[in-house]
Design a protein around this ligand. Structure first.
Ligand code: SF4
Length: 206
């Protein structure tokens, strides 16, 4: 028996914009961001709390989103949130790929994986852990460092991702002065990790 899939006619979109990817493996590349509304992960340090309530954001049809992206020369689309996997993303990614676009996602992995992805950035959160079945699909693991116990959390997931997965540590923005020196020492001692800074915040782009 085939499980019935919820079809996605429209998705709540908090914002969408063309910018440079500021973090992780694709840092510095031009990319079109679609920030979907809705998140139940509840990170205390979340910098997009206004995304949490999906009802507060207008719904966009799949075709209108693709049209918005195609107004730009973007080749990469990043689906982020909120927690984008709270929505079934099969139709959106099918349409984006049909339009010749690379599909990247940034997710906590706390909800089942849907969609067809060229790049999955998994950012596991202690507030709602990733589903074990999502973890092996990560192309990139990005762990936010807020306190020293987050290094242990990072290693827990580094042990579960595939051997080709890229490993990044990212300082929580408001604590970056405190945590970045810890991270430099940690990465020097554990060179499988790389530092990811939110460069979009330094160059003042969204
Ligand atoms: S998963 Fe992302 S959007 Fe959700 S609370 Fe955490 S940081 Fe905020």
């Amino acid at each position: 028996m085939i499980a019935e899939k919820k079809t996605t006619v429209a998705l709540p979109v908090m914002e969408h914009f063309y910018t440079l990817q500021g973090e992780g493996y694709h840092q510095g590349k031009a990319a079109y961001f679609i920030r979907l509304g809705g998140c139940d992960v509840g990170c205390v340090w979340c910098d997009v709390k206004e995304s949490w309530d999906a009802e507060k954001h207008p719904k966009y049809g799949i075709n209108s989103l693709v049209k918005e992206v195609k107004k730009t020369p973007a080749g990469i689309v990043v689906i982020t949130g909120g927690e984008p996997l709270m929505h079934n993303l099969d139709e959106l990614t099918t349409a984006l790929k049909k339009a010749g676009l690379q599909t990247n996602i940034e997710t906590s992995g706390a909800h089942p994986l849907s969609g067809t992805w060229d790049w999955i950035c998994l950012s596991p959160k202690k507030f709602k852990a990733p589903l074990p079945e999502v973890v092996p699909y990560a192309n990139e693991l990005k762990v936010v460092i807020f306190n020293k116990s987050d290094f242990e959390w990072a290693e827990k997931y580094a042990a579960q991702v595939s051997s080709s997965c890229k490993l990044f540590l990212s300082p929580e923005w408001d604590k970056k002065e405190v945590v970045t020196p810890w991270m430099i020492d940690y990465i020097k001692a554990n060179p499988k990790w790389e530092l990811s800074l939110q460069i979009h915040k330094y160059i003042n782009v969204p």
